[in-house]
Design a protein around this ligand. Structure first.
Ligand code: PSU
Ligand code: MN
Length: 303
């Protein structure tokens, strides 16, 4: 059903058909993750990074109730500037089409859509996961469930620092999602470069990652593979500083009764303010860096 609703850019469609490397990019980080005008710049730089590596970028989002695979710059600008862009996950995507909304796709939805059309690689900033206090609020991102049921090779800087990273890391293992990295022994902490959670494999070069992913395909592994890429060193922030900002912003969210899908964007934006945009700079840099790595791995994988 959903398939009929896909509008694929012809260049992307052809690339998928002839097995040229295509990298999917999401749109929630444009509409809800980053402020204007950084959001537009990051979206454009990510596309450029993918293209510089010799791959094709496919930014995914919803315009006027239609799922677009390969948003053009005008559409990206619309999602970056318009006030009423919905954040869609699997629970509300069809509703968003029903209401002919302009909407942004999360990691969960982007993976779901991209895998249906045969895209194999996806780059983002930080995945969603188990929120702090999940014992009480039960807030666990649908990103984890979608990672567990769609095979996609996902390049990220780990899960967002605002989450319970220990629980998130464990949940990934429960779901059978390989947690490998490029040049790091531990899962990165999104805005900071290293957590204490040891990855399943630290790959030192792109050839090895590409060869490993071919084996994943051959074994017909059903879930996604997470390939971690830490934030560029010059933008990495000290963990102790971040923890303080996180605690303050979580308390503010609690006082303002911010929950559900509004929570992650609220916390990110609060912490950008508290950090005097240090976290925003880190976030922007790591997203583009992940797009570049995804482009390179995907290129190698298809060569
Ligand atoms: N990466 C970023 N910034 C973001 C996101 C990822 O650098 O804002 C988005 C992704 O779309 C992810 C979402 O799916 O945050 C997680 O939202 P939630 O915690 O409500 O599932
Ligand atoms: Mn949630």
């Amino acid at each position: 059903m959903l398939k009929n609703k896909f509008k694929i850019n012809p260049k992307i469609k052809e690339s998928i058909e002839i097995n040229r490397s295509v990298v999917a990019l999401e749109s929630t980080l444009i509409s809800h993750g980053l402020p204007y005008p950084e959001n537009i710049n990051v979206a454009k730089e990510s596309i450029k990074a993918v293209e510089d590596s010799g791959s094709i970028a496919a930014t995914i989002g919803i315009i006027n109730g239609e799922i677009i695979i390969g948003l053009n710059y005008n559409e990206i600008e619309l999602l970056a500037t318009s006030k009423n862009v919905a954040k869609v996950s699997l629970n509300n995507i069809a509703l968003s089409l029903f209401h002919k909304q302009n909407a942004a796709t999360t990691v969960a939805t982007t993976i779901n859509i991209a895998s249906k059309v045969g895209i194999k690689f996806f780059a983002t900033g930080g995945i969603g996961g188990v929120h702090l206090g999940s014992e009480d609020n039960n807030d666990i991102s649908a990103d984890l469930t979608e990672l567990s049921r769609n095979r996609m090779f996902v390049i990220s800087s780990g899960a967002k620092s605002i989450l319970d990273l220990e629980k998130t890391f464990e949940k990934l293992e429960t779901y059978g999602i390989p947690r490998v990295s490029y040049n790091s022994d531990y899962m990165p902490g999104f805005w900071y470069d290293e957590t204490i959670y040891a990855v399943d494999q630290n790959f030192k070069n792109i050839d090895d990652i590409a060869n490993y992913l071919k084996l994943v395909e051959e074994t017909n592994h059903n879930s996604s593979v997470l390939i971690f890429n830490k934030v560029p060193k010059s933008k990495s922030i000290e963990k102790s500083l971040i923890e303080n900002w996180i605690n303050k912003s979580i308390e503010k969210a609690r006082n303002n009764l911010i929950t559900g899908k509004d929570l992650t964007p609220f916390l990110i934006s609060e912490i950008n303010t508290l950090s005097k945009n240090k976290t925003l700079e880190a976030n922007s840099a790591l997203i583009v860096n992940n797009a570049l790595l995804a482009g390179k791995i995907s290129k190698k994988f298809n060569s």
